[in-house]
Ligand binder design. Structure first.
Ligand SMILES: [Zn+2]
Length: 212
């Protein structure tokens, strides 16, 4: 079995905001960006349907544009009504995706869908195990990932953490109000999870040894 050590990517948040009363930007998506966005919308729409959530993600327009202000995405609202979702070009540039970790597009898109379709606001929502890392079973042939924290919702803005693909079904359910995890142990509904010695205190040579 191969093992993978995950270094948590912590990006400054505040990238994603809800902007009220602003005009919706025109769509500048390239053909590649359009197909990426279509694929993501079809996947998320299908997942909502699978869990019995009635929502039509195509009932709002989407734009890929330059948002500025270090923003990854925006749910535009006017008079409390959602008018569209805009994503920054960089959000579709796929900085983090591997077979094991979620493409950033999916997290940002689900976050904006949370604002625009489920009327969700930003939250603080990090789950940590004091003095330990969380070890998550990733897949049969790909071993484990180690996390210093997990988000308990994609609406969390108090930390910007990678999402393991295996937990993606949880985040979709959470946005739709069908599940909510507040303690690390509860993630075992989705995958094998346990506490391990904190990564920072592990011996570097040991870490290098188990990366293949
Ligand atoms: Zn937001």
């Amino acid at each position: 079995m191969r093992y993978l050590i995950l270094i948590i990517a912590l990006m400054g948040c505040g990238k994603t905001v809800t902007k009220r009363g602003a005009s919706f930007p025109s769509n500048e998506a390239s053909p590649l960006e359009s197909s990426q966005l279509d694929r993501a919308l079809i996947k998320i729409q299908t997942e909502f349907e699978t869990i019995g959530v009635s929502v039509n993600l195509r009932s709002l327009p989407y734009s890929v544009t330059t948002l500025g202000g270090n923003r990854a995405g925006v749910c535009y609202k006017k008079g409390g009504r959602s008018i569209g979702i805009a994503l920054d070009h960089s959000t579709l540039a796929d900085h983090f995706h591997t077979n094991d970790y979620l493409n950033d597009l999916y997290r940002v898109l689900l976050h904006e869908i949370g604002h625009c379709f489920f009327n969700r606001d930003h939250e603080s929502g990090l789950i940590k195990a004091h003095g330990h890392d969380l070890k998550i079973f990733i897949a049969q042939d790909r071993g484990e990932g180690y996390y210093t924290a997990l988000m308990n919702t994609v609406m969390a803005t108090d930390g910007w953490h990678l999402i393991p693909n295996i937990l993606w079904p949880y985040y979709v359910k959470e946005i739709a109000g069908q599940d909510r995890i507040n303690k690390w142990k509860e993630f075992d509904r989705y995958t094998y999870i346990q506490l391990v010695t904190q990564y920072s205190s592990r011996n570097l040579s040991e870490s290098l040894e188990i990366i293949e």
